[in-house]
Design a protein around this ligand. Structure first.
Ligand SMILES: [Fe+2]
Length: 380
């Protein structure tokens, strides 16, 4: 399904506690501010199987920045880098390193989305504006969320171009094959000490989201470290934002390490969905993506915990894929090591087989794996 196909589609209510003054059709795109967008684009193409979609830069009339737009099925990434010193883009990269700046949400009405959220207390990032070219028009507006991260509302019902006005199609010789990534399942924000409920309240009050699930430090702790998490979701369930904060432990948690290196709150991981995690993770690994590993002992009793699954255990064990079950089914998941120089952003690959949860049964094994990586960085 093309991203622009279904603006008038009736969406089922998945999360009845959520309010619908802000109908969200899905994630439009995720924009990262990076030091070198050309080379970052090559990494997401060669390693992750994203395909080239659109470009904006000096050749399209921009003077101070360049953006590459990549797509794989419904996932769109925008990679933006500065061309001149100074300004907000350079300051963002200096402070945070490469990282997610924009979580753009696909809406029917960007003006109303702005008005409804600002009325409920959102801080404006920019007021509604209409961009036009020969392919039609796109309306954008933006609000701030945690840290320096922002949400941009994208209304593209009257647009047929490759991405949006200001961009031209980008069709280089290099057209990497997909790795089977389909859509963004959820996007996780790390916030500082005692800030989780502030941002949970923001998504409830300002965006009309409802809380799906909550984990405290008893759920998410090891001998050494702990964190707390609440998952916020919109009415149709297409947008899920878990929010993490650190909890007291004997050593420094991964959330504190993130906050230290990102210099504040920001996006911790993108969870990308696949229909065949064994193929996807095999391809990603062959193409150079590094994943966290769990001890072989994890697989000795995992089937006692999760019951029968469709897949053979051997390839899951060989690739280090984790398994968890809830009342509605099971899920398969795996996490990369940080994909940037700083130990900040990472990616989760997830295949849902009925389960709607987030892998609670894997938290302990996962966090112990992260602690081993932290120890090697001297940041535990
Ligand atoms: Fe996740």
């Amino acid at each position: 399904m093309a991203l622009t196909d279904s603006t008038s589609m009736k969406l089922p209510i998945e999360n009845p506690g959520a309010e619908d003054f802000l109908p969200l059709l899905g994630t439009d795109h995720v924009e990262l501010y990076v030091g070198n967008a050309k080379q970052a684009a090559h990494y997401y193409m060669s390693a992750w199987g994203f395909q080239p979609l659109a470009y904006a830069g000096l050749e399209t009339g921009l003077k101070d920045r360049v953006s590459y737009v990549l797509q794989q099925d419904k996932i769109r990434l925008v990679l933006t880098a500065p061309l001149k010193p100074g300004g907000g883009l350079n300051r963002h990269i200096d402070r945070h390193g490469d990282g997610v700046k924009v979580i753009a949400l696909w809406v029917d009405d960007a003006r109303k989305s702005y008005e409804e959220t600002v009325k409920r207390g959102a801080r404006s990032y920019f007021e509604p504006k209409t961009l036009k070219d020969e392919h039609g028009e796109v309306v954008l507006s933006g609000i701030h969320t945690y840290g320096e991260t922002v949400h941009v509302f994208v209304e593209r019902g009257k647009y047929s171009g490759p991405f949006m006005p200001g961009y031209r199609a980008w069709d280089p010789h290099y057209q990497p094959t997909s790795t089977g990534l389909k859509y963004i399942d959820h996007m996780v924000g790390n916030v500082g000490w005692n800030e989780m409920n502030t941002w949970v309240d923001f998504y409830a009050r300002v965006m009309g989201f409802a809380q799906l699930v909550s984990f405290d430090d008893k759920d998410i702790s090891t001998e050494y470290t702990a964190l707390m998490s609440k998952v916020m979701s919109n009415g149709n369930g297409r947008i899920k934002f878990p929010i993490n904060e650190p909890a007291e432990g004997r050593k420094k948690s991964q959330i504190e390490e993130y906050i230290d290196f990102y210099n504040g709150a920001g996006v911790q991981h993108l969870a990308l969905a696949t229909d065949n995690i064994i193929q996807t993770v095999g391809a990603l690994r062959d193409r150079g993506v590094d994943f966290l590993t769990v001890p072989p002992a994890y697989y000795e009793d995992v089937l006692d915990r999760v019951g029968e699954i469709d897949e053979d255990l051997a390839p899951l064990r060989d690739l280090g894929i984790l398994i968890d079950r809830d009342d509605e089914g099971y899920l398969l998941q795996i996490f990369t090591k940080p994909i940037l120089d700083r130990p900040t952003l990472f990616v989760e690959i997830i295949q849902r087989k009925g389960a709607k949860s987030f892998g609670k049964g894997n938290f302990k094994a996962l966090f112990e794996a992260i602690e081993r990586e932290q120890a090697s960085r001297g940041t535990l």
